[in-house]
Ligand binder design. Structure first.
Ligand SMILES: [Zn+2]
Length: 509
């Protein structure tokens, strides 16, 4: 079948060049615009105290005055925030022997670190940190197991159908616009991103936050931004990221962030480029492990391991796709393939046909083909989507979703076999190779262990506690938001798809 219409071919292209190698483009990054200071929330909401609007105006006035005197905006905001009594976050001061610290949480995402990578022998330091602290057998990503949906799930505690980032690329039929993660000038506009990220909740609670390249918008729909924000750049050395994190940790109390989020993509990039079993992936894994060690040692040197909780996470795993079985959607759909207007969610295909198309006809064709030789791919509508995906109840989810199974890849006769890199993800979130990592160290992990020894009923929460290996059972990544809120002592949290009580067995200390 020939496809002379290049526009159509492009619309159905399985992947952009960037997606093939897992890169985010450097180009066209928007100038970061400092958001407004976040409204501080009253812990006791019914109490008729000074309104948040009044507080905001007071803060803005303070900022203007400070700017006149030449203060740096971020520092000024932080000082003002720290000067007022924090309505939510735990303000208790701890000493490391030389300085005072508030409870601090550092969450670091190593993109594409598959849960079982930790057992390969290339991560002695992460394993050592997890032995001093704890790890989970795995952390389950949300479906689809893609970078942006999962990084926003980690931030908000929401499934894709709740937070709206349903893929790395998708069409919004209401605003008639395309979300494409590699075009941040458009897609990092706050209007795409539903839900309240942990840094917004923390800022509203009076805490200072810092965001080092975590995938997502710099400002939320309410106009709230982290106090410090470093926008995405590709190929930033891990040492530079370590230096930035420790620079923040070394800030004076009044301006020091209590919540730091940091992100690194190098392992995901290696996994896409050469596959999860490759020498490059193992080499990059070892580099990430050294970064984790250096970060841990930097905290230890400052006597902060009983004050700072550090959480290493990843967003999804990686599977070998060097020799997939190909599924040619244009062969299956015939002339119907030309009627596809938008194809979302690569490596799946969320299909939107042109207006007037007999959709049910092509749905039947796809279902028939899937049924002829089961196990290659599934075809779902909102009504038939597996409930465990939590991926139906959002207008951005295309009405027909073709989901390839492991070892299969969707393509067409234009793209042929060029459409997939040697490693990939995005598949069923129950697949072991899609599982993500969770390693924690700090006061939380120490407390969690002591809770185990004092309360026998906590045993059910653990997969293994032998030989100083404290391994939690696998859990959903939508629980992370609640963990961070709990560590920061913030009670006034947003609604999530997680359950705050999930962490109870680990906090009985
Ligand atoms: Zn990723």
């Amino acid at each position: 079948m020939s496809h002379p219409n290049t526009k159509k071919a492009k619309a159905n292209s399985p992947a952009t060049e960037d997606e093939l190698v897992g890169l985010l483009e450097d180009a066209n990054l928007p100038e970061y615009v400092q958001g407004q200071p976040c409204d501080l929330e009253d812990q006791d909401k019914p109490q008729p105290t000074r309104s948040s609007r009044e507080k905001k105006y007071a803060t803005i006035a303070g900022v203007l005055i400070a700017l006149i005197f030449g203060g740096a905006l971020a520092k000024v905001l932080s000082t003002l925030r720290a000067a007022s009594p924090a309505p939510g976050a735990d303000d208790t001061l701890y000493s490391n022997g030389t300085h005072e610290f508030k409870k601090t949480v550092l969450i670091v995402s190593i993109d594409g670190l598959r849960a079982d990578y930790l057992d390969r022998g290339f991560t002695p330091h992460l394993l050592d940190i997890s032995k001093k602290g704890l790890r989970a057998k795995y952390m389950k990503p949300i479906f689809p197991t893609l970078t942006f949906p999962n990084h926003w799930a980690l931030m908000t505690g929401l499934y894709a159908e709740s937070h709206g980032i349903i893929a790395n690329n998708f069409w919004d039929p209401v605003i008639r616009s395309e979300f494409a993660y590699n075009r941040p000038e458009a897609s990092w506009n706050s209007s795409w991103w539903f839900g309240e990220p942990m840094w917004e909740t923390a800022e509203k609670s009076g805490a200072i936050t810092a965001n080092l390249m975590w995938p997502g918008p710099p400002v939320t729909t309410s106009g709230c931004s982290p106090t410090y924000y470093i926008p995405w750049r590709n190929l930033v050395p891990l040492q530079e990221k370590l230096d930035q994190i420790m620079t923040w940790i070394d800030f004076p109390l009044e301006t020091r962030p209590q919540l730091i989020m940091a992100y690194d993509p190098s392992l995901d990039q290696a996994g896409h480029l050469t596959g999860p079993m490759s020498a490059l992936t193992n080499k990059t894994l070892a580099e990430v492990d050294i970064f984790a060690k250096d970060l841990h040692n930097s905290l230890e040197e400052r006597n902060l391991t009983d004050i700072v909780d550090i959480i290493f996470v990843s967003d999804h795993g990686m599977t070998d796709t060097s020799h997939p079985e190909w599924v040619y959607l244009d062969d299956i759909l015939g002339e119907g393939y030309d009627l596809i207007e938008h194809s979302d969610g690569w490596p799946s295909a969320g299909l939107r046909f042109k207006p007037g198309t007999n959709e049910s006809k092509y749905l039947d064709i796809l279902l028939n083909e899937a049924g002829l030789n089961p196990g290659r791919f599934d075809v779902f509508t909102h009504e038939t989507m597996p409930e465990r995906y939590h991926f139906a109840n959002h207008y951005r989810i295309a009405p027909i979703y073709v989901v390839p199974n492991m070892h299969y890849a969707l393509t067409n006769r234009v793209e042929g076999e060029s459409g997939v890199s040697k490693g990939n993800h995005g598949y069923d979130n129950d697949e072991p190779s899609m599982r993500a990592m969770f390693v924690a160290h700090g006061p939380f992990s120490h407390g969690a262990k002591s809770s185990l020894s004092s309360l026998s009923e906590s045993v059910e929460a653990w997969d293994s506690t032998s030989d100083d290996h404290y391994i939690m059972k696998g859990f959903d990544n939508v629980q992370i938001y609640s963990l961070v809120m709990r560590l920061l002592g913030i009670e006034n949290t947003a609604s999530t798809n997680g359950t705050r009580s999930f962490w109870d067995p680990y906090f009985k200390f």
